[in-house]
Ligand binder design. Structure first.
Ligand code: ADP
Ligand code: ASP
Ligand code: MG
Length: 462
């Protein structure tokens, strides 16, 4: 069985949904093998229409600030956009039913926003309930679109099959419960040769409270669904040709990477390659399920990147470079205590206590430097740390991470990489024992030029 995930741009408007329908139709035709009992599905997982989650979170922020009028305007605009895309459903009855669903969902949202506007407080639990509207509606719409184009399918409510912890806005799927719920719901649909359509990003706790898996989480939903149902392949359909050698919004002459190992893909996703949510690969690794990234805008020649446990050897020193901005560096210095027994443990306990995840770590004799992605809880953590050391923070930093299995065989690459930076100030350098990446921390304002130079050196036309 095949899992096909379509991202926000792949369901953004009517032409995108039309392309989705033909991609799914082609997959289904390939799946129909009357002589074989094997049914490749597919199971379809969809994101909210492009930009909708941002706008829903904007609505929540307006409600929290008491600006109910502003929130209402945005809700109306969202409703109009969904109703417009619903026009793709050709069958009159089906379309009217869909339009009713869309109106009911936004009416409910308006009621919620009215109440939250009075309270002037939006808890993470309400944030999830509001954000989930995007995927709940997009999955409804895609189901109706597939059905009206003659493809037998069925809507699956993600809140009934993706069972998660109660960590609102970044809930973690519970494997055993999700597997049980998915098999109970999806297997009978597949057995009757229907295409199950599930909203990504969304889940619910065991007691049925709506949660979300965190921004970009539909990729993760797809791989969880794939792993729990033992899919033979997980396809991530998006708006680029695959994993590219660098972020195409920053570097011009990027190329598609045809084949990646699970480990390389995980590192790239973790350090900023937005095309994959950082957690996507992990469920696939457990079951050894190939993941493929494909371009939904070019279904006739989707090129693509195949991600498997191992990949064929290549001559390239690096496979790709990931990057991200919005990084905070925290320096913790103690002339007395640093190498004292238990000091590092104490520092990391503080981060754990404040639920802060640390990405890059470097140490010297008197200091430890760490990078943090999400600086929201940093002030409280720093207050605690100040009890044991001198602490400074620097915002506006960036991470550049060059990834490649080739690093294991060529220890000189660190020098080559550093010499390609062109002399910009480098704040931290790290190469882990697995020798699959070299990570540099630098000022965000230096990132684009540095990434361009490094990309040119290692991936430029030679
Ligand atoms: P979707 O809505 O399909 O989930 P995303 O916007 O989340 O799509 O991810 C796709 C985007 O990721 C691309 O349009 C591209 O701008 C960005 N991106 C950043 N780094 C990379 C990379 N190394 N390879 C491919 N895309 C990347
Ligand atoms: N719609 C969600 C987001 O924008 C999830 C996703 O697109 O993967 O974060
Ligand atoms: Mg995405």
């Amino acid at each position: 069985m095949l899992v096909m995930k379509f991202g926000g741009t792949s369901v953004a408007d009517r032409p995108a949904v039309e392309r989705l329908v033909s991609i799914v139709r082609a997959a289904r035709q390939a799946a129909i093998q009357p002589e074989s009992a094997d049914w490749r599905g597919p199971v379809v997982v969809v994101s909210a229409l492009g930009g909708v989650t941002d706008r829903l979170l904007g609505v929540a922020a307006e409600a929290g600030a008491g600006d109910v009028e502003g929130a209402r305007e945005n809700i109306n605009a969202l409703e109009a956009r969904h109703l417009d895309v619903a026009g793709i459903v050709t069958d009159d009855g089906e379309r009217r039913r869909l339009e009713e669903l869309i109106r009911a969902e936004f009416d409910e949202l308006e009621r919620v926003v009215g109440a939250l506007g009075v309270l002037r407080e939006v808890t993470p639990r309400w944030l999830d309930a509001i954000a989930a509207t995007g995927e709940i509606l997009s999955s409804r719409m895609v189901t109706a679109a597939l059905a009206s184009h003659g493809l037998p399918c069925a809507w699956v409510d993600a809140r009934r099959v993706m069972v998660t912890t109660a960590d609102h806005t970044s809930a973690a799927p519970l494997e055993a419960e999700t597997t049980a719920a998915l098999t109970a719901t999806v297997d009978p649909l597949l057995a009757s040769r229907k295409i199950p359509v599930i909203g990504g990003f969304v889940g619910a706790t065991k007691s049925g409270v709506t949660t979300t898996l965190g921004r970009g989480g539909s990729d993760y939903s797809a791989s969880i669904v794939g792993a729990c149902l033992s899919a033979e392949e997980i396809q991530i359909w998006t708006d680029v040709d695959g994993m590219l050698t660098a972020d195409p919004r920053v570097v011009r002459d990027v190329r598609v990477v045809p084949h990646l190992s699970f480990a390389e893909a995980s590192e790239l996703a973790y350090f900023g390659a937005k095309v994959l949510h950082p957690a996507t690969i992990q469920p696939a690794v457990g079951r050894n399920i190939p993941v493929r990234i494909l371009n939904a805008r070019r279904p006739e020649d989707p090129v693509g990147t195949l991600i498997t446990r191992d990949r064929p050897p290549s001559d390239e020193p690096f496979t790709a470079i990931a990057s991200k901005t919005g990084v905070t560096v925290v320096d913790i210095t103690s002339t007395r205590m640093l190498m004292a027994h238990g000091f590092l443990r104490r520092i990391f306990e503080v981060f754990e206590q404040h639920r802060i995840s640390v990405d890059v770590v470097t140490t010297s004799e008197v200091s430890v430097s760490v990078t943090i992605d999400d600086a929201r809880r940093v002030p409280e953590a720093l207050d605690t740390l100040r009890g044991v050391a001198d602490v400074t923070r620097e915002d506006g930093m960036a991470i550049l991470c060059a990834v490649g299995e080739g690093l294991q065989n060529d220890p000189t690459l660190v020098t080559e990489l550093l010499s390609a930076t062109g002399g910009v100030p480098i704040r931290m350098v790290s190469q882990a024992a697995a020798r699959r990446n070299i990570t540099l921390v630098l000022r965000a304002e230096d990132l684009n030029a540095t990434l361009g130079r490094i990309h040119d050196k290692f991936f430029g036309v030679r």
